[in-house]
Design a protein around this ligand. Structure first.
Ligand SMILES: [Zn+2]
Length: 218
């Protein structure tokens, strides 16, 4: 088993960066509390840390991470309270101005949703129940894209699941009301880690379009 030395030396570098050089920032965050402008709902995947991907400072983002970056609908809010209570806190208490649902390529959760295996144990049952939130994405892919190559189905399902989460966010009256008076904006982002692009859902075109293109290699 690998040890945690890497994490400890990383924390040492964090101390140097934020408790030394950027002391004022952290001092302010400790004294005045956090006031993040955005809530980001991201996947647990170890390659998709939103603060790392966006090079944010402490205090910039309030982050909820779960398998496949899903938002349960309002009718299931109490059933999946770990995610929904964090969303409620970000919106009601912190009054964030943006909610970003950040999905990604090669999502193991979405792959499991598409494989749709019958759960063999309690652990698989738990995961399947959670992924059921995005069942409509699976149905859409099976119905509208059958016969397409696997990578096309996977990408489509990953992106459709983001749209379901955005739709589910709007099922919360306290989110819908804030969106309608423009106090809150919802965004659907997709990190294509194979291409190195960041995409955003554009309601006008109905597609995910490149927001930040990948670096051109010399
Ligand atoms: Zn994922």
């Amino acid at each position: 088993m690998r040890d945690v030395t890497k994490f400890l030396s990383g924390f040492r570098r964090f101390q140097h960066s934020y408790l030394g050089k950027k002391h004022e920032l952290f001092d302010q965050l400790v004294k005045q509390g956090q006031r993040p402008r955005a809530l980001v709902i991201a996947c647990c995947d170890s390659r998709c840390d939103p603060a790392l991907l966006t090079d944010c400072d402490p205090g910039d983002m309030f982050v909820v991470r779960n398998v496949a970056n899903l938002v349960p609908p309002h009718v299931q809010a109490t059933y999946f309270a770990a995610t929904t209570s964090a969303i409620a806190f970000a919106v009601h208490n912190l009054e964030v101005e943006h909610i970003i649902v950040m999905g990604h390529a090669q999502c193991g959760g979405i792959r499991a949703l598409l494989e749709h295996k019958t759960p063999n144990c309690n652990e698989e049952e738990l995961i399947a129940k959670w992924l059921g939130i995005a069942e409509d994405a699976r149905q859409y892919v099976l119905r509208d894209l059958s016969g397409k190559p696997e990578h096309v189905l996977t990408h489509a399902c990953e992106q459709a699941a983001i749209l379901i989460s955005l739709e589910n966010l709007m099922s919360y009256p306290w989110i819908k009301q804030r969106v309608e008076v423009k106090k809150l904006a919802l965004h659907g982002w997709y990190f294509d880690m194979q291409q190195g692009d960041l995409l955003e859902y554009q309601p006008e075109s109905g597609h995910f379009e490149v927001l930040v293109p990948h670096l051109e290699m010399a």
